[in-house]
Design a protein around this ligand. Structure first.
Ligand code: SF4
Length: 372
C-alpha cells in the first residue's frame, strides 16, 4: 500500500488506518505519530486492534521467565538524570558484590529454578573488560545451565574503552565467558538531543545502534527497550521506534521490545524540574498499542510490571503486549528511582492477572521457547 502523508485522524480515518494495519499495512512514522496524538475513547480502538494483532502473532498465551537480577555494584562514574540508583565512591550506601557474594546469589537463584540470570550494574570506576567477563564467568561457573542475560551497549563500550579493545573483541570475550544475550537497555530514547538532557555520559545513538548490530551480526541476540515519559515528545518516541524497526529488518536479533515508563520519584531530572512526573495512563496504553502496531517485525512486546504496577501491566496485556517479563527476585534500579514492590512477582500472581483477561500463563526461557 502507498505511504500516507500527514493524515489528520478523524474517526473515519482512524478506523480506515487501523483496518489497513490489521490487513498488513506497515505504519509510516507520520501515521504512527498521528496515533500518538489520539486522545479520548478512540484510544481503545487503537488498543483493540493492537490486541487483535497480538493474538494473531502470539496466540492466547501470556508468557513470563523465571529470572533473577543481580546488580553487582551501584558505584557509577555517570550521573544520568533519571537514575536514583547510582552512588559515588565514598557514599555511605555504595556497594560492590564480591565473587563469593555473586555466586551465593546465583546458587540461591538455581535453588529457585530460574532459567535466566540478568546482570547490569553501575559503571564502576575500576571496571575494565576483565571485570565484565569475570562477572559473567563467575555466574557461568556457579550455574552452567542458566542463560546469562547481561550488560548493555553502554557496558560493552565502557569495558572496551577501559581496556583499549574494540567492542567486537569485548563482545567476543563476553560470549566466551558465558554471555547468552545482551540487554537492550541504555537505549533510553535514541535521540541525541534528548540523550544530552537525560544521560549525557551515555553512548550516543550511533554507538548504541552499532554495538547492538554488531552483537546481532555475531549471533548474540538482545532485547530492545525505550524509556519514555520524561522530556520526550511523540516525535522522539517515533524516531526511536523507527531505529528499532530498521535494525530488526536488518538483523532479526531482537527477542522482544520492552517499553519502560519513566519512574520519576527520585530522579534528578524530575526533582530539578526538568522532566515531568512520568507518562499518563493514556500514554502508557498508547505506547504499548502503537509499539505492537509499528513494530511489525518484533513478535514479543513485554509489559514492565516493575514500572507500571500490576494493574496497568494487565491493561498493557490487552493493548498489544504478550509477555510479563521476569519474576526478578531482586531489583534495585527501579526501586532506586522510587518504584514500589519491584523485587518479586510470583507466577501465581501472574496467573491471576492472565486468567482475569481470559489468557493462559506460560513459562518461557529467555529466547521465548515455552517451558510448559
Ligand atoms: S543509569 Fe546506569 S550509567 Fe546512568 S547513572 Fe545510573 S547506573 Fe550509572
Amino acid at each position: 500500500m502507498p505511504e500516507r502523508q500527514n493524515i489528520s485522524l478523524s474517526h473515519g480515518k482512524l478506523a480506515k488506518l487501523l483496518e489497513d494495519v490489521d490487513a498488513g499495512h506497515r505504519l509510516s512514522t507520520v501515521e504512527a505519530l498521528s496515533l500518538f496524538e489520539v486522545k479520548g475513547r478512540e484510544i481503545w480502538d487503537i488498543a483493540k486492534v493492537a490486541d487483535m494483532i497480538r493474538e494473531k502473532e502470539t496466540g492466547n498465551n501470556v508468557t513470563y521467565v523465571k529470572n533473577q537480577n543481580i546488580n553487582v555494584t551501584n558505584c557509577c562514574i555517570n550521573s544520568c538524570g533519571f537514575c536514583g540508583y547510582s552512588r559515588k565512591p565514598g557514599d555511605s550506601d555504595v556497594y560492590y558484590y564480591t565473587k563469593e557474594q555473586i555466586q551465593e546469589k546465583v546458587l540461591e537463584a538455581v535453588e529457585r529454578n530460574v532459567t535466566e540470570i540478568c546482570t547490569v550494574s553501575g559503571l564502576h570506576p575500576d571496571f575494565n573488560a576483565d571485570s565484565y567477563t569475570d562477572i559473567i564467568s563467575w555466574i557461568h561457573e556457579a550455574a552452567p545451565n542458566v542463560h546469562i542475560h547481561a550488560s548493555n551497549p553502554m557496558e560493552v563500550a565502557y569495558g572496551a574503552k577501559k581496556s583499549g579493545v574494540s567492542t567486537r573483541e569485548m563482545l567476543t570475550r563476553m560470549r566466551e565467558s558465558g554471555l547468552g544475550s545482551l540487554c537492550g537497555t541504555a537505549a533510553e530514547i535514541l535521540d541525541d538531543g534528548i540523550r544530552k538532557i537525560i544521560c549525557p555520559g551515555k553512548v550516543t545513538t550511533f554507538e548504541w545502534k552499532s554495538i547492538i548490530k554488531e552483537a546481532h551480526e555475531m549471533g548474540i541476540p538482545s532485547t530492545a527497550t525505550i524509556m519514555y515519559g520524561h522530556v520526550d515528545k511523540p516525535k522522539h518516541i517515533l524516531a526511536h521506534l523507527n531505529i528499532i524497526r530498521e535494525i530488526q529488518d536488518d538483523t532479526r536479533g531482537f527477542t522482544e521490545f520492552v517499553p519502560l515508563s519513566f519512574v520519576h520519584y527520585n530522579a534528578p531530572i524530575y526533582l530539578n524540574g526538568i522532566a515531568r512526573a512520568g507518562a499518563t495512563g493514556r500514554e502508557d496504553i498508547s505506547m504499548y498499542a502503537i509499539s505492537r502496531l509499528f513494530l511489525d517485525n518484533i513478535r514479543n512486546i513485554q509489559v514492565s510490571w516493575v514500572k507500571l504496577g500490576r494493574k496497568m501491566a494487565q491493561l498493557g496485556l490487552i493493548s498489544g503486549a504478550n509477555d510479563m517479563g521476569g519474576t526478578m527476585y531482586e531489583e534495585s534500579i527501579s526501586k532506586g528511582a522510587g518504584a514500589k514492590d519491584t523485587d518479586y512477582m510470583d507466577p501465581y500472581d501472574m496467573q491471576i492477572i492472565a486468567e482475569d483477561i481470559g489468557r493462559d500463563l506460560k513459562q518461557r526461557n529467555t529466547l521465548y521457547d515455552l517451558m510448559n
